[in-house]
Design a protein around this ligand. Structure first.
Ligand code: FAD
Ligand code: NA
Length: 382
């Protein structure tokens, strides 16, 4: 007997399943339409090289949430990897996020923190106090024209396939500039990568006698036994797929950006010397190159081959993987309409990044799942 059906074996669904099985003793059935668990955090070993490749884009774990950190450490240990990103602009490599090192390299200067701050403030005053009308003006307003044009303008245009003058200012509310030489990408208390890989971690979450996982099973396929028709109203459901798809897009489609990845095995031991290199210039079609060996310098990887992945960004069609919510005014209206429909769907709990149409980092998806268990699901069964 199944007590709870969880649609989606991503971090939200797995966290709910693990807690409901372990803490509440329920029989949980998890389904996923993909052929693997883990959702977008899934990774696989590239067979020619043995190098772990994050199949849906590079995933770096970081959190300042004590509860989440304690929880994830029940299933995996983490390495001491610290994420750093560099950016190749006009044939020169700069550190990101924009910091004192970036500023002094870019302006060929040796400014201290106060002088650099004054320079950026002066450059950012170009609009003279006028409210930015679009993303281009917003960028200038936040960090001044030179740095904005070098590191943000064309990168953003590539991400959105849209001229930033046509994009709303609201896409970027802040562009962090650090007036120190600290180029750690994340500033959370805890950071690292799962020692034996993402998939081992995610599989341990599902490894419980009361959890059954059924892969290659689409909730909307009426020919399989755990379809929407068969279970809604019979058994409580946690649904982590796209909210618009659940309601047959009755309020219109929510728009997403997707990514395309081009993976290549190269016959060199080290291609770029670091895990992520951004390409902010308009004449390069991709946005970044990931080199996976650098996520695990502690591993014994081959020294004559490496795996790289070029990342391209575009708007998603219905058959593409939805990655980042576009979140236009139309999307927000539609989301409000779907939220009203969600209210009228008792016994179905919508969660995760697709079920709530919001970008969630892994630690946020886990934290949201833990509070759904505390505040809503736990009470249902106690
Ligand atoms: P998902 O992982 O998307 O899981 C949802 C699951 O539901 C999927 O497996 C899907 O197949 C399944 N599903 C959907 N519809 C159906 C259906 N009809 N029937 C059955 N199953 C269905 N987070 C970080 O913390 N650090 C990072 O560096 C980071 N990088 C990222 C990079 C990219 C490109 C993206 C897109 C995300 C990144 N994230 C990162 C976010 C991370 O992937 C999410 O936090 C995580 O995926 C959220 O888990 P989830 O369970 O909500 O969703
Ligand atoms: Na990432």
């Amino acid at each position: 007997m199944t007590d709870l059906v969880v649609v989606g074996a991503g971090l939200f669904g797995l966290t709910v399943a693990e807690r409901m099985a372990t803490q509440h003793g329920l029989e949980v059935l998890v389904i996923d339409r993909r052929s693997h668990i883990g959702g977008n955090a899934y990774s696989a070993v590239e067979p020619e090289t043995g190098i772990e490749v994050h199949q849906y884009g590079a995933h770096l774990f970081h959190t300042s949430n004590e509860r989440v950190w304690e929880y994830v450490n029940r299933f995996t240990r983490f390495t001491s990897y610290v994420h750093r990103v560099y950016s190749t602009h006009r044939g020169e490599v700069y550190p990101l996020p924009i910091n004192l090192g970036t500023i002094n390299q870019f302006f060929r200067s040796a400014l201290g923190p106060a002088a650099a701050r004054a320079l950026i403030r002066e450059q950012a005053a170009e609009l003279g106090g006028r409210t930015p009308r679009n993303l281009d003006e917003q960028g200038v307003n936040l960090i001044g024209r030179p740095l904005y044009e070098a590191f943000v303008r064309d990168y953003t245009a590539k991400q959105w396939q849209t001229d930033p003058r046509e994009l709303p200012a609201s896409i970027i509310s802040r562009l962090p500039v650090r007036y120190t030489y600290d180029n750690r990408y994340f500033s959370d208390t805890y950071e690292g990568l799962p020692v034996d890989g993402y998939t081992a971690w995610l599989e341990r979450m599902a490894d419980h006698p009361k959890i059954t996982v059924r892969l290659a099973t689409d909730f909307f396929d009426p020919s399989q036994p755990v379809s929407k028709q068969a279970v809604v109203g019979q058994v409580p459901v946690v649904y982590t797929g796209p909210v618009d798809r659940y309601f047959d897009h009755s309020e219109g489609e929510l728009s997403w950006r997707t990514l395309d990845f081009e993976q290549e095995v190269l016959a060199v031991g080290d291609f770029q010397g670091t895990s992520v290199m951004n390409y902010p210039d308009a004449d390069v079609p991709y946005t970044r190159i990931h080199e996976f060996r650098h996520f695990h310098p502690e591993r014994d990887y081959p020294d004559d081959r490496t795996v790289i992945m070029r990342e391209f960004s575009r708007f998603a069609g219905r058959s593409d993987e939805p990655y980042y919510p576009v979140n236009t005014a139309t999307d927000r209206d539609r989301l409000a309409a779907y939220r009203r429909l969600v209210e009228g769907e008792p016994g179905v709990f919508f969660g995760g990044r697709l079920g709530t149409y919001q970008y969630l980092d892994m630690h946020m998806a886990i934290a949201a799942a833990l509070s759904t268990v505390d505040n809503r699901l736990g009470a249902l069964f106690s």
